[in-house]
Ligand binder design. Structure first.
Ligand code: PHB
Length: 396
């Protein structure tokens, strides 16, 4: 049997971008259907990264998703940079009067899913999209298969691909156009450890052996990374070697150890799709772009796309005008490329490329000193880290 569904906006992907969009559309009286191939338990149970920028936190709270971020999230007023044997604090609050929130993405997802359920329109989990069809007609379709093996066919006025870096929606939109791509010659070896925090704020450290990041998930679970070869086998180092490598990166701070319960290797990529729109199909979030994790921009950048497309869809359904739909790629790309630059800049400044010469290493230290000893340099860093205000500000 085939299930057919008619809706105004078909959204692929129950990640932060797809769910936030569905929430904002509903507030404007626009119907949508969100599908995702994963189960709810899978989406909510995967521990994910956690820096929420100040404007992103405001969107979640003000749009009524949840203000748990302000009560349960950990407010961070700064970060530390360690390099060349010294420690340099970037005081966000003193520099620009804002903070970030350590509130892991799986908590954001729980809040967003709870909001969809509260509003009576739960996402369709375990619905795997096989293709997006008829992009250039006035009723594009999403076809796929559900967990029971039944096919479904969702016909919409607009389809939005928020289905991550392996996006199906990207095929009709920019499949043949490729995109803009950069791969880095290093990645991160990450661990999740059961232990209390080792430091009150995140530590970004650049040593001769490369980069180390000391981050946190909550009071009992910590996240730490060290720079590694992107093809490194996760099981090729012992726990003792992991601790030695992390500890060497943050001399002067005693890392609190505990059982390591997850290890992974993250590859670094910068990517922007060649096109963000084809006819009535649009790309947002990781389907449209990927950033390396150093600047913690992923979800925060996705929210910018959401606000632009939300504004365009509201105008389209209210007036029939495609003016803001036409403007979506241009509007979204402005922040996308600024965030690409910021993430690339943080990444290249803090890592040591495998082929770095002595000149390259010393120049990098020069850059770090330039930024951390200048008020303007610190302000530039803080402004980008805490998050630029969103462009589409009339989102409610
Ligand atoms: C993380 O906690 O996983 C994390 C934090 C900050 C970053 C990147 C990742 O810049």
């Amino acid at each position: 049997m085939n299930t057919t569904i008619r809706t105004q906006v078909g959204i692929l992907g129950a990640g932060p971008a797809g769910l936030l969009l569905a929430h904002l559309l509903q507030k404007a009286g626009i119907d949508s259907v969100v599908i995702d191939s994963r189960s709810r338990a899978d989406i909510e149970g995967t521990v994910r990264a956690g820096i929420v920028e100040s404007p992103a936190a405001a969107v979640l709270a003000k749009s009524g998703v949840s203000d748990r971020i302000y009560t349960d999230g950990m407010k961070h007023d700064g970060v530390e940079f360690h390099f060349d044997g010294g420690r340099h604090r970037i005081d966000f609050n003193a520099l620009i009067g804002k903070s970030v929130y350590l509130y892991p993405q799986h908590e954001v997802l729980r809040d967003l899913i709870a909001a969809r359920i509260r509003d009576g329109v739960p996402p369709l989990f375990e619905h795997k999209a096989d293709a997006v069809l008829d992009a250039e007609s006035s009723c594009p379709r999403i076809v796929g298969t559900d967990a029971a093996g039944q096919t479904f066919d969702i016909t919409a006025d607009i389809v939005v691909g928020a289905d991550g870096s392996g996006s199906i929606a990207r095929i009709p939109v920019s499949g043949s156009r490729g995109g803009y791509f950069r791969e880095y010659p290093f990645g991160w070896y990450g661990i999740l450890v059961e232990a209390p925090p080792s430091a009150p704020e995140l530590i970004y450290s650049r040593g001769d052996d490369g980069f180390v990041l000391i981050s946190t998930r909550d009071k009992k679970v910590q996240r730490m990374y060290f720079q590694c070869d992107p093809s490194m086998d996760v099981n090729s180092v012992s726990d003792d070697q992991i601790w030695d490598r992390l500890q060497a990166g943050v001399a002067g701070i005693e890392l609190k150890r505990g059982p390591i319960f997850k290890k992974d290797v993250l590859r670094f990529r910068s990517f922007v799709a060649g096109e963000l729109r084809k006819g009535r199909v649009f790309l947002i979030g990781d389907a449209a772009h990927t950033v390396p994790p150093t600047g913690a921009k992923g979800m925060n950048l996705a929210f910018s796309d959401v606000l632009w497309i939300n504004q365009a869809l509201r105008s389209f359904f209210a007036s029939g005008s495609e003016r803001l739909l036409d403007a979506y790629p241009h509007n979204a790309l402005d922040r996308i490329w600024r965030a690409q630059n910021y993430s690339y800049w943080m990444t290249s400044m803090l890592h040591v490329a495998p082929d770095a010469s002595e000149f390259d290493k010393k120049r990098s230290l020069g850059e770090l000193y330039s930024v951390t000893t200048s008020r303007y340099g610190q302000q530039y860093l803080a402004e980008g880290y805490v998050g630029w205000e969103y462009g589409a500000d009339d989102w409610m």
